[in-house]
Design a protein around this ligand. Structure first.
Ligand SMILES: [Zn+2]
Length: 386
């Protein structure tokens, strides 16, 4: 196949793809070979990557509507549904959700799994192997949805999930009983990751409470171990509500430590601000300031029709679109960066973005749009090439 006069990183080029490889990449036009399929124009990119979703809870939203709209009700509703899970049900919903991701060009997915259900942990670890053969890379984070210190048995179940083979250690420090136990949770997560040589991926400060200060602890633990690139702090919405001098200090720590922040705009714009009257806070982390400081930021979809967020399409461009609106990232440069994040920074936890160079393996995506801004505006289905 020849992709003729297409846009790659803002420059026009021609690409030839044969038998799963890019066999030619040229700034000058290439001549079509006899019988070759030709795609004209558009934009090419690596496949997309999803840094944050919950496949164990996906597609369950209708069974547990979140009437208050809060994170806490979502957690309580999910805890009831969790009791009735079967392995087959978890696998069916996760497979259907991954099929939605593939349709939208996403071939790498990091899912959190609630370690309160060993059945779900085992199901998603088995699915990780199953989908590898279909060209999908799945990572599983051992996520203790209701914390590890609030009730007996939770810490043991969390450690067991890591032992079973989860790729990363999760935690939810802001949901623990008190500030000190939150900090202790962060430290325990790093210690567990060190023991089993795993990555770290925290649900960090997902609250409007400016007193929630777990991100700085995560940065310090990362700095102590030299774990730049191994740690994700997801949500970080308290940063939105904190005083500017404190936020400036923490953002500097984030950049210095190499912790990646994953913003989940679809969920957080509806879950945050729920204790406000008017004015209501937007509640997303400070993407513009993180970018300006040189930090790596990913965009996650987080929920696909689950007890926290009843909507969701598994189209990551929707997450970028929401972030652009709510974080006011509307300069040309910011909009382009928001879209490119889906195929650049979002790949960080998978070892970096696939490169589009001569000789590289495909697949790649071809989008029938004029540029990144049109991609964002129209959110079309890409064609997966190769
Ligand atoms: Zn989450």
């Amino acid at each position: 196949m020849l992709i003729h006069r297409t846009l790659l990183d803002g420059a026009l080029c021609d690409l030839r793809v044969e038998e799963g490889r890019i066999t030619a990449l040229s700034a000058a036009p290439l001549t079509p070979l006899p019988g070759e399929e030709v795609l004209r124009g558009g934009l090419v990119s690596p496949p997309l990557a999803e840094p944050h979703v919950h496949l164990d809870a996906a597609l369950l939203g209708e069974q547990a509507p979140n009437l208050s709209g809060t994170l806490r009700e979502g957690i309580a509703n999910w805890a009831r549904l969790r009791e009735a899970l079967t392995e087959q049900d978890v696998l069916d919903r996760a497979r259907r959700t991954l099929a939605m991701y593939r349709r939208w060009g996403c071939l790498r997915v990091r899912t959190h799994v609630d370690t309160g259900s060993e059945l779900a942990v085992r199901a998603l670890l088995a699915l990780r192997e199953e989908v590898r053969a279909q060209g999908v890379q799945l990572q599983v984070v051992a996520f203790p949805q209701e914390g590890i210190l609030r009730a007996p048995g939770r810490r043991e179940a969390w450690e067991r999930a890591v032992e079973l083979g989860c790729d990363a250690v999760g935690a939810i420090p802001h949901f623990e009983r008190c500030t000190e136990e939150g900090w202790e949770t962060v430290r325990l997560a790093f210690a567990l990751a060190e023991k089993y040589d795993r990555l770290v991926d925290l649900h960090c400060d997902e609250t409007d409470d400016p007193g929630s200060r777990n991100l700085e602890v995560a940065c310090v633990e990362t700095l102590k171990r030299g774990w730049a690139g191994r740690v994700i702090a997801g949500h970080c919405t308290s940063l939105h509500s904190q005083e500017n001098p404190y936020a400036a200090k923490v953002i500097e720590l984030v950049t210095h430590s190499g912790v990646q922040i994953v913003c989940n705009p679809l969920d957080n714009v509806v879950l945050q601000g729920r204790y406000d009257s008017y004015p209501k806070r937007r509640g997303l982390t400070r993407v513009d300031q993180l970018w300006a400081a040189g930090a790596s930021v990913g965009f996650g979809h987080d929920s696909v029709m689950d007890p926290w967020y009843a909507l969701g399409t598994a189209n990551l461009v929707d997450a970028a679109y929401m972030a652009v609106h709510v974080c006011q990232l509307t300069s040309q440069e910011q909009m382009v960066r928001a879209v490119r994040t889906l195929w650049t920074d979002n790949h960080r936890c998978f070892g970096g973005q696939p490169s589009i160079v001569e000789g590289a393996a495909t697949p790649l995506l071809w989008w029938e749009v004029a540029d990144e801004v049109e991609l964002l505006r129209t959110r079309p289905e890409p064609r997966v090439v190769g």
